[in-house]
Design a protein around this ligand. Structure first.
Ligand SMILES: [Zn+2]
Length: 181
């Protein structure tokens, strides 16, 4: 993996604001590196109000931009990616940790598999689709219906026909035991 040009986010510790009182005066009580996801979690205590919170340092290799179908270019938004995956996985047996790992792997692939700093929204959508198909076929169909802007039931039929039977069988045990209302 090529790491040149990498920049470390959130290295300026003194600028870290307490989410409760906005103070910049906090101390680190515990640091845990997560080598698999290339992040460091820091447990902090605010020196002003005593609140405890955690910050995450993540190595960012590039400042990615996303070119949308409309031609508009905007900064890659990791949170937006996480939200759209979380929405597709709602009430499915997919934990926050699995979603975070998925976001990290997609983010990393975008950074390493593209020649320049601008990726297309179609590329991001395809990566999410491929990952969700492996993780949970129902989340895959939900995501595809939004990402490909389904307008007819036949759109669902076409995409459902692409799901291997084995993946569908694997999804059965993932059915939640929660009620909607
Ligand atoms: Zn505080």
């Amino acid at each position: 993996m090529c790491l040149h040009g990498g920049l470390l986010i959130a290295t300026v510790i003194s600028d870290m604001r307490c989410p409760y009182c906005n103070s910049t005066d906090s101390r680190v009580t515990d640091s845990r590196p997560d080598t698999e996801d290339a992040i460091i979690r820091r447990r902090r205590v605010c020196n002003d109000c005593g609140a405890k919170f955690t910050t995450v340092e993540r190595v960012q290799m590039r400042d990615l931009m996303v070119r949308k179908n409309s031609g508009k270019i905007e900064a890659f938004d990791r949170e937006k990616l996480r939200r759209s995956i979380k929405l597709a996985c709602r009430n499915r047996d997919v934990g926050d940790e699995q979603i975070e790992k998925l976001v990290t792997s997609i983010h990393r692939r975008l950074e390493t598999e593209t020649a320049d700093d601008t990726v297309t929204s179609a590329m991001v959508g395809q990566m999410v689709s491929d990952s969700l198909l492996n993780l949970d076929p129902i989340a895959f169909v939900r995501f595809a219906s939004v990402y490909r802007k389904f307008s007819r039931i036949s759109d669902f039929k076409k995409i459902i026909d692409q799901i291997p039977e084995a993946a569908d069988d694997a999804a059965v045990c993932h059915l939640p035991k929660t009620s909607l209302f």
